[in-house]
Design a protein around this ligand. Structure first.
Ligand code: ATP
Ligand code: MG
Ligand code: FE
Length: 341
């Protein structure tokens, strides 16, 4: 089957065509960095307007690049949440209109499931269940991925998401927007041992993550005025790596063994984090799977692929399916710990 996937939940507008045999037929993407840079972060209203302008041309580009028309598509998938509601609406409404006009099934995709299943798009050998570290702009979760739509959340952040910590630290250090790639680049020129920074929750007898204290420490180190931004960036990145490793080890030493350790989400593009995860996987005799860098940050191919997985499982949605600004992968865990945790 051929699936068209639309993504518009944050500041990337994207459309892609993916076949269920894992062929990426085309993927078109427009970042909005230039729209938001002056504000130092994503402005929801500006993002929604940009998605509205960009989405239809990107769908046309994706179809043209694949040499296809809507008639060749078997189903239309779009991110239906979680994310900025204005942007999500644009992608979902576009998908509904296309599904109605071409008489094709609609698939409402959870953006986090798009990240979570994306490693299976590039690795045919990656089978359920696997252990997933989902690290992105809005999330930091450790999940047991049992199957399509079936997740056990083992841990989550009690405050900031890890991508958020990168973005805020970049802003403090004047390294620009988006922050993750900027911090990683600066860190390469810095000394990771130069600035003593905390490792929140390291050694704690609970599985969760925390990054807010680290971000505050970056602010204090910067305000002290005695450190180079490159050294703070390198020390910050090392602290993130240490925290992720410690928290991951806590859970790994307590759960039943799983075959693969998988990372996904925008922060998975970070090579220092990937290298650490590779080492941890080796220690536990697990295979390590990370998507290529372009598939880590938001894109249409991961939504098309999640759509393909759902389509294969017979999961389609009615045309009046609602957008969901909040939409946890594991509602049970969410109910226990409460919102945001
Ligand atoms: P979510 O997926 O939680 O809804 P999002 O879609 O906004 O959030 P993604 O696009 O998945 O987030 O990831 C973007 C985040 O990834 C940003 O916080 C960005 O700074 C971070 N990021 C991107 N590249 C890197 C990198 N090389 N190193 C660290 N962080 C990175
Ligand atoms: Mg983004
Ligand atoms: Fe994302």
């Amino acid at each position: 089957a051929v699936i068209l996937g639309l993504e518009s939940s944050c500041d990337e507008t994207a459309a892609a065509l993916v076949r269920s045999d894992r062929t990426i037929l085309s993927h078109a993407l427009a970042g909005q960095e230039d729209h938001h840079r002056a504000f130092g972060g994503v402005v929801p209203e500006i993002a929604a307007r940009a998605h509205a302008e960009l989405m239809t041309p990107l769908v046309e580009t994706a179809l043209a690049d694949a040499g296809m028309t809507l008639r060749d598509v078997d189903a239309i998938a779009a991110t239906a949440g979680p994310g900025l509601i204005g942007g999500v609406m644009v992608g979902l409404v576009t998908a509904k209109a296309l599904a109605m006009a071409a008489n094709k099934p609609l698939i409402a995709v959870n953006h986090l499931e798009g990240h979570a299943l994306s490693p299976r798009l590039i690795d045919p050998g990656l089978e359920f269940p696997y252990l997933l570290l989902l690290v992105s702009g809005g999330h930091c979760q450790l999940l047991r991925v049992n199957g399509v739509g079936d997740y056990d959340r083992l841990a989550t952040t009690i405050d900031d998401a890890v991508g958020e910590a990168f973005d805020k630290s970049a802003k403090i250090l004047g390294l620009g927007f988006p922050g993750g790639p900027a911090v990683e680049k600066a860190a390469k020129q810095g000394n990771a041992k130069a600035v003593p920074l905390p490792r929140p929750l390291k050694g704690a007898d609970e599985p969760h993550f925390s990054f807010a204290g680290l971000k505050s420490a970056v602010l204090r180190a910067h305000e002290a005025g005695t450190h180079r931004p490159e050294d703070i960036a390198a020390s910050f990145q090392q602290a993130v790596v240490d925290c992720l490793e410690d928290r991951l080890e806590y859970s790994l030493s307590r759960i039943d063994p799983l075959g693969a350790l998988v990372v996904a989400g925008g922060v998975a593009a970070n090579d220092a984090i990937r290298a650490m995860l590779q080492r941890v996987a080796e220690r536990y005799g697990m295979r390590f799977v990370a998507p290529p860098h372009w598939l880590c940050t938001d894109n249409g191919a991961m939504i098309a692929w999640a759509g393909a997985e759902r389509f294969a499982a017979g999961l389609t949605d009615p045309l009046d399916v609602a957008a969901r600004p909040r939409w946890p992968l594991d509602p049970d865990a969410e109910a226990v710990r409460g919102a945001g945790v």
